[in-house]
Design a protein around this ligand. Sequence first.
Ligand SMILES: [Zn+2]
Length: 158
Amino acid sequence: MTTNVKATIPANVPATMPRPQPLPGRDSAFFWDGAARGELMGQRCAACKLFRHPPRPMCPNCQSVEREEVRLSGRGTIHAFIHPVHPMIPMFDYPLTCVLVDLEEGIRIFSNLYECEKEDVRIGMPVEVFFVPTAGDKQVPVFRPARDAKAGSKGARS
Ligand SMILES: [Zn+2]
């Protein structure tokens, strides 16, 4: 005899544990130091000025190992998204939205989307960065719908 077990995900399950803290490597330490300050940082080739993410030692365009660490605008648009449901991870709030964001500087970053109902997420939606705390008194960058875009559309209607 088989039992039909249906997994149900309760809405808005609050996280019961802090998010795991970042584990910086030699190439990504500046990124996580920036996040701890509330700044989204990016790596740019010092020779050809191409941005790259995630941070790595050599430029894929010109093979230079000279690099610059630049504060990014934190603005971008959603390239893709998913709503993972199983297995639920106790450090995250559900429903959870994972996004790939195309940043203005031309690089793509993986993150979470907050302050947006699951049904309202759209590819191409303008978003802006903010930061949420983790274990170890660190922070990670996450995104929410861009407030400028909301204000702009509201202004256009009135
Ligand atoms: Zn380069």
